[in-house]
Ligand binder design. Structure first.
Ligand code: 5GP
Length: 359
C-alpha cells in the first residue's frame, strides 16, 4: 500500500491569475491550432474542442454544426455502416469512434475499403490500463498501414489519468493523442462505484507534461485530450491552461438542439405547439446504455448515471460562450493565442471559485 501526500487538484480548486498583457483586443486572439503528431504524418488544424462520442452528443447534426466553428465531433459508434458511408464528409472534423471489439475493427476495415477514407480514430474504453488495450491500438495502426490503406490515421485513445500510462500508450500503443479522465465525467459514477479516479486538473497537468516530454525523431510531440468534468467555459479555460492540447465535452453540450436521443416535449402556454423540454442524457456504461446496446453484464457494475437535462437551444450558443471565455481568459493571462495559454498560466489555490449568485 502507498499513500501520495501531495495534493491533487480539480477545476474547482483553482483560479487563474491575470497578467500584464499587450493584447489589444480579445478578437485578435488566435484560437486555431495546427498540430502534427507523434505517429501519424497527417496534420490537423482547427479549434481543438471535441464533442464527446456519447450517443446523444456525438451526432451527425452536432458534427455539421461544430464544423462551422472549426471544431470536431467524435461520432458515436452506434451509427451503422450505411449511415456512416453517407454522412462522413468532413474527415478532419468527424472522428471515428470504436471500442476494442474485433467486430468494431471489421466495421472500420469495411468502411475504409468502401469509402477510401482513412478516418481519424477515437479508440475508447472505460479503463485504458490493460495490455489488451495497448495492443489493440497498435494493431489498428499496423493494419491501417499494411493492410487497409497504407496511410497512418491520427489515433486518439484512452482513458487514463496517470503519466506512466500516457507514455506507454504513445510509445508502445501507437497512440498520438491520449485521452485523459477517469471519473470526472458528468454522467460517470466510477468514483462512487469503485473509489478509483484522479482529480482532473492535476491529471491534465501531470499527463500533458509526460506526453509533451516525448518527441519522435522529427521532433513531433505526444499530445493529450482532457476528457470529462468541464461544466462551464471557465473549466475549458483551466483545462487548456493546465496543458490540454484538446478538450472533449459531453455534458456541456447535452440538451442542445443538435443532440440525438429521447426528447421530452411540452406544450407552449397557449397550447399552440409543442416544444422541446428535456433530453435523457446517460453515461455510455450506465445500465440504460448497456441494455440499449448489448445487455448488462453482471460481472461489471454500471458506472454511469441517467439524468434529464433541460433543452438548451442551439449548440452555437454554448460554443460562442466557450470561445468568448477562452479569448477573454487569454487576454487576462497575457496569451495572444490558445497555444500560449499553458506557458502563461499561473494557478492559485482557492477556497471557492465564485460566489453563489442566487442571494
Ligand atoms: P462530461 O463532459 O460529460 O463531464 O464528460 C464526458 C466524458 O465522460 C465522455 O467523453 C466519456 O469519457 C465519459 N463517460 C461517458 N459515459 C460514461 C460512463 O457511463 N461512465 C464513465 N465512467 N465515464 C463516462
Amino acid at each position: 500500500m502507498k499513500i501520495n501526500y501531495d495534493p491533487k487538484l480539480d477545476f474547482d480548486d483553482v483560479l487563474l491569475s491575470p497578467h500584464r498583457s499587450k493584447t489589444a483586443s480579445r478578437s485578435s486572439i488566435e484560437l486555431l491550432r495546427n498540430f502534427s503528431f507523434y505517429h501519424s504524418d497527417k496534420k490537423w488544424e482547427g479549434i481543438p474542442i471535441f464533442a464527446a462520442n456519447m450517443d446523444t452528443t456525438g451526432s451527425i447534426a452536432m458534427s455539421e454544426e461544430l464544423f462551422k466553428y472549426d471544431m470536431a465531433t467524435c461520432l458515436h459508434k452506434h451509427y451503422d455502416l450505411d449511415n456512416l458511408l453517407q454522412e462522413f464528409y468532413y474527415p478532419n472534423h468527424q472522428w471515428w469512434s470504436m471500442g476494442i471489439k474485433y467486430s468494431e475493427m471489421e466495421k472500420l476495415a469495411k468502411f475504409v475499403e468502401l469509402s477510401g477514407i482513412v478516418p481519424n480514430l477515437c479508440i475508447d474504453v472505460a479503463n485504458g490500463y490493460t495490455d489488451d488495450f495497448v495492443n489493440f491500438c497498435n494493431e489498428i495502426r499496423e493494419r491501417c498501414l499494411t493492410q487497409w490503406s497504407g496511410e497512418s490515421p491520427i489515433i486518439m485513445a484512452g482513458n487514463v489519468c496517470t503519466p506512466e500510462m500516457v507514455q506507454e500508450l504513445i510509445l508502445h500503443g501507437g497512440v498520438d493523442i491520449v485521452k485523459i479522465g477517469i471519473g470526472p465525467g458528468s454522467a460517470c459514477t466510477t468514483r462512487l462505484k469503485t473509489g478509483v479516479g484522479f482529480p482532473q486538473l492535476s491529471a491534465i497537468i501531470e499527463c500533458s507534461h509526460a506526453a509533451h516530454g516525448l518527441r519522435n525523431g522529427d521532433g513531433r510531440l505526444g499530445l493529450v485530450c482532457a476528457d470529462g468534468g468541464c461544466r462551464t467555459p471557465a473549466d475549458v479555460c483551466k483545462a487548456f491552461a493546465a496543458g490540454a492540447d484538446f478538450v472533449m465535452l459531453g455534458g456541456m453540450l447535452a440538451g442542445t438542439y443538435e443532440c440525438e436521443g429521447d426528447w421530452q416535449y411540452e406544450w407552449l402556454p397557449d397550447r399552440s405547439k409543442m416544444i422541446r423540454k428535456s433530453l435523457k442524457f446517460y453515461g455510455m456504461s450506465s445500465s440504460e446504455a448497456q441494455s440499449k446496446y448489448g445487455g448488462v453484464k453482471d460481472y461489471r457494475a454500471s458506472e454511469g448515471r441517467v439524468k434529464e437535462v433541460p433543452y438548451k437551444g442551439p449548440v452555437k450558443d454554448i460554443i460562442l460562450d466557450v470561445l468568448g471565455g477562452l479569448r477573454s481568459a487569454c487576454a487576462y493571462m497575457g496569451a495572444i493565442k490558445l497555444k500560449d495559454m499553458n506557458k502563461c498560466a499561473e494557478f492559485n489555490l482557492v477556497n471557492r471559485t465564485h460566489f453563489d449568485q442566487s442571494v
